[in-house]
Design a protein around this ligand. Sequence first.
Ligand code: 16G
Length: 252
Amino acid sequence: MSINRLYVGTNKRSPVPMYYQIMEEIRNKIYSGDYVVGSALAPERELAELYDVSRNTVRQAITELVNEGILIRRQGIGTFVAPPKFEHVLNRLTSFTEDMAQRNMTAGSQTISFEVREPTLVESSSLNIRQSDQVIECVRLRSADGVPMALETTVLVASLCPGLGADDLSDHSSLYTILAERWNIRIDRATQSVEPTLATPYEAELLHVQPEIPMLLMRRIAFDQSGRAAEVTKSIYRGDRYKFVIELRQHA
Ligand code: 16G
């Protein structure tokens, strides 16, 4: 214990709360490889002794890191170092299937619901169609090597992809590939927003996470090669497994 104490970088006299400093310490130990992915964190009692704080303070630091997706708590077993989050670089328009292929992972798709209906006011205006036109709404659970990653609700202009059925979108099929191959609709441009949100009980159950963990909500309006809006998608990505990286340049 006394040797470990030499490496403790927390400072009780700092105005920064101790739980916050301990979070930073644990994060640094993970980044520097002192704590490896999958390894168990020392018990709360030991950490409390190491940092000379109460167990409550240690528990608070650990809970915050669990919420961030850096640690994983397994009920009755312990707390473990989580694998690094997927880094998704937002500088190119890709499909979920392409994203997974770039990581040498297999994209999976499970269709939860599929229906043809009239668009809402927001959808008809985003897709630039009349309210009397038809749209196809498809809810898909997307996975990476079998692990659920995102829940996507896609609304497509029905007249652009006549005959598209629920069966077309199951297993490993890519919507963008089907649109291109069957109807020559090549998704060429999109506007996309990202906001934080909390997992609803329904999303949490499908994505195998605790309810109310942070999630990333993305909305995309995608246009084809002739500039027609083809798709409006709401995607809920697991906040504990994803981080988005944006490249910035001062001059375009
Ligand atoms: C991505 C898109 C989604 C699109 C899907 C097509 C985001 C946030 N969303 O998940 O809008 O419908 O890819 O993927 O990137 P697919 O071709 O694999 O079905």
